[in-house]
Design a protein around this ligand. Sequence first.
Ligand code: NAD
Length: 396
Amino acid sequence: MGILRFDFKFPKEVIMHRVRIGVIGTGGMGTGHCNTMEDIEEVELTAVCDIDEEAYKPLVEKYSVQGFRDYRDLVDSGLVDAAIVATPHYDHPPISIYAMRKGLHVLSEKPMAVTVKAAEEMARTAEETGVKFAVMYQSRSLPVYQAARRLVEKGKLGEIYRTCFVDPHFRTQAYYNSAGWRATWRGEGGGVIINQAPHGIDLFMWLGGLPSWVTAWIRTRLHDIEVEDEVHALLDYPNGARGYYYTSTVEHPSGSYMELCGDKGKLVVRDGKLYFWELEVPVSEFAKTSDQMWASPEAEQIEVPLEERETGHKAIIRNFARSILYGEPLISPGEEGVWSVEFLNAVILSGAKGKPVEIPIDRGEYEAFLEEKRRTSREKQVEQTLRITDPRHVRR
Ligand SMILES: NC(=O)c1ccc[n+]([C@@H]2O[C@H](COP(=O)([O-])OP(=O)(O)OC[C@H]3O[C@@H](n4cnc5c(N)ncnc54)[C@H](O)[C@@H]3O)[C@@H](O)[C@H]2O)c1
């Protein structure tokens, strides 16, 4: 039986039940989500929460909803069926777990947690409590990545023997200076790898799978921050495949490049465009059977059809609500959000140790490593806290 599809849109007035949502953490992203929800028929914003009253006041006025300073009061208020958690990352697990234990469905911002141990605890709690649990990995909704995933699932690449993902970003020092938690061990638990990179890492793991060993080089190249702004890593996969990964906030123009090379085909996603070549004869077979000195297998470039679909935060929030209302499969389920945290923990640990690190990583070792980093984290003074949503991500 095929997967049930719910592509049609209901007009607001015919939706009998809407999911009542509370947003916890109403900074740049949380405020963006509150505004995005205006266009989603299946949800209704009913409460907001931030430890800083100034951050939620404008939303209380704009949407006539109740505001809370303590997330527990929002969860216990009876006003919400589900919570979107958009605080800095360290708080995603305790808030999500509290909400799940009180029967709320949870959509956590990325990364779902700073450590894989905490990420697993979130996924386990969702399973135990039976609530819906999703992670805001909105890039999964993009037609090219949906199509790429289908190619991999159908086995069109054959066995993958090489991967490559180059995912550069750019940030100014002013960005890093905009909040005390940013780019600190104490407030964020890493640099580019924990903040900008998780979207790409999630796609890379979703399509290419988790490696079994990571050998990483991390450094702070351009910014005055205590965590890394540049990462290179070599990857070993369980089947003997090898890969390369790069991310940073020091490069412009940015624009990512992903390559998955398999025995039967090659897939490239470059600057949001998908390219796919299918081989008439797998390379492993052709290399052995051809009697021609300079021959290579026929490679046909296939035009991969892309579906028209809703994308971005809106798609993930709508899908989360439909999953609660009608059982629609989640685009970005919580248990899959664990993969990116496992990978980025391995990158940080390998970079710090100067040695290859095996996946699954030693949870106890990583917790101890991070605890020490947090203990010695340098004090960060911020002249003025800014909560400005990235204009590329939200409608207003
Ligand atoms: N999916 C995306 O496209 C995307 C984009 C940007 C940020 N994010 C994620 O969203 C999260 C927030 O980032 P941001 O840029 O909005 O940061 P921000 O600093 O603008 O906002 C964070 C807000 O959380 C509040 N807060 C802190 N601790 C809290 C707590 N315990 N309870 C309630 N409120 C609390 C702060 O006062 C602040 O208003 C991060 O995890 C980040 O990685 C995701």
